[in-house]
Design a protein around this ligand. Structure first.
Ligand code: GL4
Length: 795
């Protein structure tokens, strides 16, 4: 145990010397990595031993994405060794922060959904709960984004290194997954049995990653599956090369779409691969009778991507464990629960029946039977066509995974109060009526260990100085900061830290992107995936309007603002890519104008990812959370920014609603239509953006400039944007909410003119943010859904 600096230094130096090379940062990274792995391994073994001895119920969190970010620094934080190591290295003339920079972040996720899964496994371990993650080991994580002439380009990202990998290959736990084949019904010992003849086998090899909980007390496992060539014979050996190639592709890369289901066969293969491999391991390594599965295991499916877990568990129970349909259904529907993360139509998992039928013939039969039995159970009721449509799993050759997920699980949740209400009252109204006790809300959360302790060590220190360290274990105690919200010296310290974090960001950007930012400007930050409903377009249109005003009105000279953008667009999402291009074009226009530049600066941070977020979030003054009300299921960036003392400019959408509830609307900048209004307009199709353009001269000017192509480097590359705003009737209500957005920005400027009052609002935000810790979310899931027992901590 290296609880003391001197001991650490001694061991570190000995190891470095043994390697006999120069004292480079790379070597230091390697050495520190090894030492950390050893500290973790001891605790990991110990946790696993405890799990074996205690035999408590376990949770398995199935997710197609785990956006974990860099792990070295986070593991040191969670082990409570960060300060010791940092100081020790300082004394040896090495900088921990520089060593951390050498790690390539594994980008095994797209955005919010994947990052949520990462926060959840952190909280499970930190609460000492027996819960493990199951996911896929994509060789290529999310693409690296570069701008060329303002356009997004995508390069593959390789995170797996030859040595010092964050995970351990577990050859002995490999299982086989089967695709294709022909169904045969054979006579078995206990009657008819379904067999799949001549399937194509693929080997699934697990790689285990430790998930270190707070204080190193519990180390759980994140198990990621990799596809490899199976040792089993397969039909058509002459096609071997093709087979080998296809197999390797299964976990070759992460699908780069957020909120869009690709509907591709490879994606389906990935989803089944995850479900089948994970379920087989759970069943193979159990220490209880198969009938006792629900008492010993809970399986949470993160959105519909792993919904095939339902028919796959049925298959394993019936075909491999010889249970009857009723027994298997009873077990499955008491083991699996489902989280819905979106109501966007295009993100709802839907599969062509024929695709499933050919790739997964046995699974298809089971889904058909689930659908048949469910429909039969509805026959007594008088249901109209609309209800029957909403309640069918298979319809017109399409399999609706969300319906399957609801029917086959014992609990279903949305991720923020508003989102859950929309699910219950609208999107899944009929399902909710059939299963009235299934639906519940679990508002998302974020781990304060990464987003405060790690990303903002300085602010964490200040908080501890003020209220003591108990908030670290019990983040709701952040509310004690309320006593300091009007304490002059505390506010000054807060402001000093904000400035310091701005300097860190500036330095980072200078090094990476060669931009220079004014540290005294307001840092207004809009970071998230690019999507129409997230309305980056509204933000950039507003900036363009400010620019026009500065040019037109000599009395309009607002306080300097830097508008930061960060985020990637799915490579096939043309509209979003044009918005990216437009931001870059407006940026170069504004930034190169000597007059405008004194007041406005637009910075597009290239390749936004978890690491970049750790620089941006602590430096933010303003948090842009401006989605069209009803569209953002929750949002989690909103919580991270609030926890770091940024003030939200936002709509009544997703978890913003709860943020405003906690902090009070007077400590945020709320604007725009409510969800009911948006949904009403959608229903009536009564919104006409032309009326707004005609009645607002500034907006009219913006549209004119857009159409004329003034922001397009002369090329006609805003046609998707113009098309959406005009021909498509502005489906995300950008123009409708524009004026109230602009007013909210004016309020921001007014408020910022009073620095101490501003700081007071920031501190109130931090004080109200404790409830958004994922520890709270996970504890609620455990109490209401999983029923886990905390294991005793040893450290
Ligand atoms: C998302 C939602 O869009 C986002 O609001 C939410 O915070 C996140 C986690 O629940 O899930 N759904 C999909 S799909 N991608 C997301 O990020």
């Amino acid at each position: 145990m290296f609880s003391y600096k001197e001991e650490f230094k001694k061991s570190f130096v000995t190891r470095m010397e043994r390697k006999g090379m120069e004292k480079t940062a790379e070597l230091a990274y390697e050495t520190l990595w090894e030492m950390t792995q050893e500290w973790i391994q001891k605790r990991w073994n110990r946790t696993n031993q405890l799990y074996r001895d205690n035999n408590e119920k376990k949770l398995y969190y199935f997710s197609i994405e785990f956006l974990i970010g860099r792990v070295l620094g986070q593991n040191l934080i969670n082990l409570n060794f960060y300060d010791t190591v940092k100081e020790g290295l300082d004394e040896l003339g090495l900088q921990l922060s520089e060593i951390e920079e050498l790690e390539t972040e594994p980008g095994l996720g797209n955005g919010g959904l994947g990052r949520l899964a990462a926060c959840f496994v952190d909280s499970l371990a930190s609460l000492g709960l027996p819960g493990h993650g199951y996911g896929l080991r994509y060789k290529g994580g999310l693409f690296t984004q570069h701008f060329v002439n303002g356009y997004q380009t995508e390069q593959p990202t390789q995170w797996i290194q030859q040595e010092h990998n964050v995970d351990i290959r577990r050859e002995e736990l490999a299982v086989d997954i089967s695709y294709y084949g022909e169904i045969q019904v054979v006579m078995g010992l206990d009657g008819l049995k379904v067999n799949v003849e001549n399937p194509e086998w693929v080997k699934a090899i697990p790689y285990d990653m430790p998930v270190v909980g707070a204080n190193g007390g519990t180390v759980n496992t994140l198990r990621l599956w990799q596809a490899e060539v199976s040792d089993r014979p397969f039909p058509g050996r002459e096609d071997y090369a093709v087979y080998e190639h296809e197999t390797a592709k299964i976990t070759d890369r992460l699908y780069p779409d957020d909120s869009l289901e690709a509907g591709k066969i490879l994606r389906l293969k990935q989803q089944y691969f995850l479900c089948s491999a994970s379920l087989q391991t759970i069943l193979n390594n159990r220490s209880f009778s198969i009938e006792a599965l629900p008492e010993n295991a809970a399986i949470q499916i993160n959105d519909t991507h792993p919904a095939l877990a339902i028919p796959e568990l049925m298959r394993l129970l019936i075909d491999d464990h010889a249970l009857s349909w009723d027994q298997a259904w009873d077990i499955t529907t008491r083991t699996i629960s489902y989280t819905n993360h979106t109501i966007l139509e295009e993100a709802m998992g839907k599969w062509d029946s024929r695709l499933i039928q050919s790739l997964l013939p046995r699974i298809y039969l089971i889904i058909e039977e689930i659908d048949r039995r469910f429909k039969k159970s509805l026959q007594q009721q008088e249901l109209d066509e609309e209800a029957l449509h909403k309640l069918s799993i298979i319809e017109n050759g399409t399999i609706k995974m969300a319906v399957l997920a609801v029917v086959g699980s014992y609990k279903v949740n949305g991720v923020a109060k508003l989102h859950t209400e929309i699910l219950k009252k609208r999107e899944m109204k009929e399902l909710n009526e059939q299963f009235p006790n299934k639906f519940h809300n679990k508002t998302n959360g974020i781990t304060h260990r990464r987003w405060l302790l790690k990303a903002n060590h300085e602010l964490s220190g200040l908080i501890t100085e003020a209220i003591g360290p108990r908030w670290i274990k019990e983040p709701e105690r952040l509310s004690e900061l309320h006593y300091f919200a009007q304490n002059h010296s505390f506010l000054q310290d807060f402001q000093a830290i904000k400035s310091l974090k701005k300097e860190h960001l500036i330095h980072h950007l200078q090094r990476n992107q060669n931009v220079v930012v004014d540290p005294d400007s307001i840092f207004d930050i809009h970071i998230k995936r690019f999507h129409g409903y997230k309305r980056q377009l509204m933000n950039i249109l507003h900036i363009q309007m400010l620019y026009d005003r500065i040019k037109r009105d000599p009395t309009y000279r607002p306080y300097p603002r830097t508008f930061f953008f960060g985020g990637k667009a799915a490579p096939s999402y043309h509209f979003a890519k044009q918005v990216i291009k437009m931001i870059n074009t407006v940026a170069s226009k504004v930034n190169s104008d000597p007059l405008a530049r004194k007041h406005l600066h637009v910075v597009f941070v290239e390749n936004y990812n978890v690491t970049q977020a750790e620089y941006l979030i602590p430096a933010a003054d303003v948090s842009e959370q401006i989605s069209t009300a009803s569209k953002e299921a929750s949002g989690t960036g909103n919580m991270k920014l609030m926890m770091n003392g940024a003030l939200t400019i936002g709509t009544f959408d997703g978890a913003n609603v709860e943020i405003f509830e906690e902090v009070g609307q007077e400590n945020a900048f709320v604007f725009g239509m409510r969800a009911e209004q948006v949904m009403q307009y959608e229903k009536e199709k009564s919104y006409n953006p032309k009326e707004i353009i005609d009645s607002d001269s500034e907006i009219a000017q913006l549209m004119e400039e857009l159409i004329k192509g003034e922001w397009t480097d002369g090329k006609n590359n805003v046609d998707f944007i113009v098309g959406q705003l005009m021909e498509d009737s502005d489906p995300y209500f950008v123009l409708k909410d524009f004026r109230s957005y602009s007013k909210a920005h004016e309020q921001i400027l007014k408020a910022y003119a009073h620095p101490e009052k501003w700081a007071e609002m920031c501190v109130k935000n931090i004080a109200a943010s404790g409830i958004f810790s994922s520890d709270r979310t996970i504890q609620q899931y455990s109490n209401d859904v999983w029923h886990l027992t905390k294991i005793p901590s040893i450290y």
